[in-house]
Design a protein around this ligand. Structure first.
Ligand code: PGA
Length: 253
């Protein structure tokens, strides 16, 4: 049984006060979500990690970061290391988000290094993959996803795959209000699982959680989450307000 993971990606929103307020509200409204039904994580910007960590301490809500650098420490001005994330109480780290790939030119090779370094420091990567609109339209979705998965997971042994969550986020659905239909999403999730079988084996692939992301809202979450290979959601816009995030999480209560 895979426990679904609902993670809120706050992106570059919320100052320290706003983050503390949202985390406090979430802590109160989500306190009776059964841990075996769903796992909940929130991923605020770096500057909010410490305050959010203090607010959610002792609850079932886990803390995630949105990126990290693939080195323990060093002269890398402006970067944040896995050790720093650990010391701020971080559990998950989103890696390879399409906005990082698009605006900051991160490659599968860069993401692969980050995943390895994250695992080495006991962080749990949420690896994002997804195709652009033109790739979907020209029929190359599966090739793109396969290239991303094989590149990002290169050299990662079977016994470490259990700490990785994959998030399928079609780029054309992110922040656009356009969601993949449950069938479109399921088709790719199934393909991701089959690719994991070919890279590892059936038992390993069956244990990996694959989240869907891209304009997930309360009104579309349920049908998406009912699909057999969809194990939760990576939520952007709808995670910035307690009521809309709560409404998504509540499907699992
Ligand atoms: P969205 O973002 O829910 O606002 O589409 C999802 C994401 O980018 O993780």
């Amino acid at each position: 049984m895979r426990t679904p993971l609902i993670a809120g990606n706050w992106k570059m929103y919320k100052n320290i006060n706003e983050a503390a307020e949202l985390a406090t509200t979430l802590k109160n409204v989500l306190k009776d979500v059964a841990a075996d039904k769903a796992e909940v994580a929130i991923c605020p910007p770096f500057t909010d990690l410490q305050v959010v960590s203090a607010v959610i301490k002792g609850t079932n809500i886990r803390l995630g970061a949105q990126n990290m650098y693939a080195a323990q420490e060093g002269a890398f001005t402006g970067e944040i290391s896995p050790l720093m994330l650990r010391s701020a109480g971080v559990h998950y780290v989103i890696l390879g988000h399409s906005e990082r790939r698009q605006y900051f030119k991160e490659t599968n090779e860069d993401i692969n290094k980050k995943i390895k370094m994250a695992i080495e420091h006991s962080l749990f990567p949420i690896l994002c993959v997804g195709e652009k609109l033109e790739e979907r339209e020209n029929g190359t979705t599966f090739n793109v996803i396969k290239t991303q998965l094989t590149g990002c997971l290169a050299g990662i042994p079977k016994d470490k795959i259990g700490s990785i969550v994959v998030a399928y986020e079609p780029i054309w659905a992110i922040g656009t209000g356009k969601t993949a239909t449950p069938d479109q999403a399921q088709e790719v999730h199934k393909f991701i699982r089959e690719t994991l079988v070919s890279l590892y084996d059936q038992v390993t692939a069956d244990a990996v959680r694959i989240q869907y992301g891209g304009s997930v809202k309360a009104d579309n979450a349920k049908t998406l989450m009912n699909m057999p290979d969809i194990d939760g959601a990576l939520v952007g816009g709808a995670s910035l307000k307690a009521d809309s995030f709560e409404a998504i999480v509540k499907f699992y209560k």
